[in-house]
Design a protein around this ligand. Structure first.
Ligand code: NAD
Length: 513
């Protein structure tokens, strides 16, 4: 079984795993509510996790509050040093972690390793950032006054993560939060808690080696209920939630009702535009990676292909040639490019969406089968589907978290393609393939793509950590990872200092008694 037992041992995963960790301690081992985690790759049971109770949650929050009092006093570059050590430990365990991501979630090993690399990269980024939490200084309008701004640690950051990036998205949040002086409470997806437990073992070692207190990095295993507790909790000033738009609307509403900060990273419905000036050789490769990579389970997966009518048939033929040849199978086996969907519910959504889109008038060109037979006994492997459809179809307007690519035709100017691209409720990632400078610039202009990510001659998925990641509209508006995304993890303060003997008022107001 691909040496998975040894991987689990290396990473400290036991047969029965505890429900929470406050950094140095584990807890909730004896909880009666448990969840069995099986691999979507072969259906085998991996291990069990205990689920946290309301009391466990209280304990974690109290430990986190306590730790914050210490952690916020540690100078930011010293906090960066801890993150540097975490990054180094992640390097040591990269292979094992990559395999566990792959086995628990189902993405191919290359992508599992890529996800761990993303954690390492964000650690490096955060280390540098720990010396660059800059505010500005301003010129005061009053004599002998100084004005500047500071960024202070915010407090407890709740991190709710999705199954499809079971560790990378947590690290984007947790490492930035850590150098910003915050403490974090991570509630991983209930579908992929084991890799979170594995990462927490690594974190725990680093905290212990540095004699740091409990509660700086916490993890709590549970389902939506624990996430909802965090959303409603006044003691958690920032809740960063990644997942479906349905979840984000709930979390956003609850956090909003108490005027907390919500960082939402929700669903996408990403399109690639292929104009008549596209370099089709690179475009087709980008489309394939974007549409079938991670078996269509990335928030940035390419779901719509908007193709100029002059090249439509050529593109369709090239995709029809490639799709039946996709190597689908166990993600830990070399050479496979498409693994399973996370569970049979996801397979059902896939099948239902294909039925629905055909009922609306779409044409299934290839794929769509649930695979069976040797190696496919789990019923979680599907043949990626290509469908000719119209943008306005209800099914096309929704994000189905599975490998379905809708081919949509446009004619005339690139503006028509941009209208189609923008004509959905989601706004995460988008790209255009063109060698025509006017088309490319139109796509990137104020009247171009309305997404948080807009690429030229690159697909929709596979972002680098250096940029701010996130999207508009129903994608939730949050930004994480690079650029100045760190600012949401801090509270901002404007300071004005008077070193004169007078008390001049701003705007020249006179108020003398
Ligand atoms: P999901 O919404 O089912 O679950 C995500 C997380 O939210 C889980 O940890 C879950 O327990 C928690 N949750 C669910 N309901 C909640 C509630 N009412 N209150 C608090 N927490 C709640 O999503 P999923 O199936 O795990 O992931 C797939 C979805 O995530 C897709 O829509 C995908 O596009 C999206 N996603 C977005 C990004 C991004 O950065 N924009 C990244 C990855 C995934």
């Amino acid at each position: 079984h691909h040496g998975i037992r040894q991987v689990l041992r290396q990473l400290g995963i036991q047969d029965h795993n505890p429900a929470f960790s406050t950094g140095l301690q584990w807890g909730g081992e004896g909880n009666t509510n448990t969840r069995t985690i099986s691999s979507p790759t072969d259906g085998k049971r991996i291990a069990t996790v205990a689920l946290a109770t309301a009391d466990d949650y209280e304990q974690v929050v109290r430990k986190a509050e306590e730790a914050f009092k210490t952690w916020r006093l540690v100078p930011a570059p010293k906090r960066g040093e801890i993150v540097r050590q975490i990054g180094n430990k992640l390097r040591e365990y990269k292979d094992d972690l990559g395999k566990l991501v792959s086995y628990e979630m189902g993405k191919i090993l290359q992508e599992g390793l890529g996800e761990v690399q993303e954690m390492i990269d964000i650690c490096d980024f955060a280390v540098g950032l720990s010396r660059q939490l800059h505010g500005l200084t301003m010129h005061s309008e009053r004599p002998a006054h100084r004005m500047y701004e500071q960024y202070h640690p915010l407090g407890l950051v709740g991190i709710i993560s999705a199954f499809n990036f079971p560790v990378a998205v947590w690290s984007w949040n947790a490492m930035l939060a850590a150098v910003c002086g915050d403490v974090s409470i991570w509630k991983p997806s209930e579908k992929t808690p084991l890799v979170a437990v594995a990462v927490q073992h690594i974190i725990k070692d680093v905290l212990a080696e540095n004699e740091l207190p409990e509660g700086i990095f916490n993890v709590i295993i549970g389902d939506a209920e624990i996430g909802a507790k965090m959303a409603a909790d006044m003691r958690v000033p920032l809740v960063s939630a990644t997942g479906s738009t349905r979840m984000g609307k709930k979390v956003g509403e609850v956090v909003g009702a108490r005027l907390g900060k919500a960082l939402l990273e929700l669903g996408g419905n990403n399109a690639i535009i292929l104009t008549e000036h596209a370099d089709l050789d690179i475009a087709i490769r980008a489309v394939l990676f974007g549409a079938v990579g991670t078996a269509g389970q990335r928030c940035t997966t390419t779901r719509r292909l908007i193709i100029h009518d002059s090249i439509y048939d050529d593109v369709k033929q090239r995709l029809l040639a490639a799709y039946p040849k996709l190597p689908i199978g166990h993600p830990l086996q070399d050479g496979n490019l498409v693994g399973p969907l996370i569970d049979t519910d996801a397979v059902q959504s896939f099948t239902k969406a294909l039925e629905a889109v055909q009922a609306e008038g779409g044409t299934l060109l290839t794929g769509g089968q649930v695979l069976s037979g040797a190696g496919y006994e789990t019923g979680t492997y599907v043949q990626p589907a290509l469908v000719e459809a119209k943008n306005e179809y209800h099914t096309v307007q929704e994000e189905t978290f599975a490998p379905i690519l809708y081919l949509i035709k446009y004619s005339g100017a690139v503006e028509n393609a941009i209208d189609l691209q923008n004509g959905v409720r989601q706004g995460l990632s988008s790209s255009i393939f063109t060698l025509n400078m006017r088309e490319a610039e139109a796509f990137l202009s104020a009247t171009g793509s309305d997404c948080g990510i807009a690429n030229v001659n690159i697909g929709t998925s596979g972002a680098e950590i250096g940029g701010a990641f996130g999207g508009e509209k129903e994608t939730g508006g949050g930004r994480e990872s690079g650029s100045d995304a760190w600012k949401i993890y801090m509270r901002r303060q404007t300071n004005t200092i008077n070193y004169s003997t007078q008390l001049p008022l701003a705007q020249g107001i006179k108020f003398d008694i």
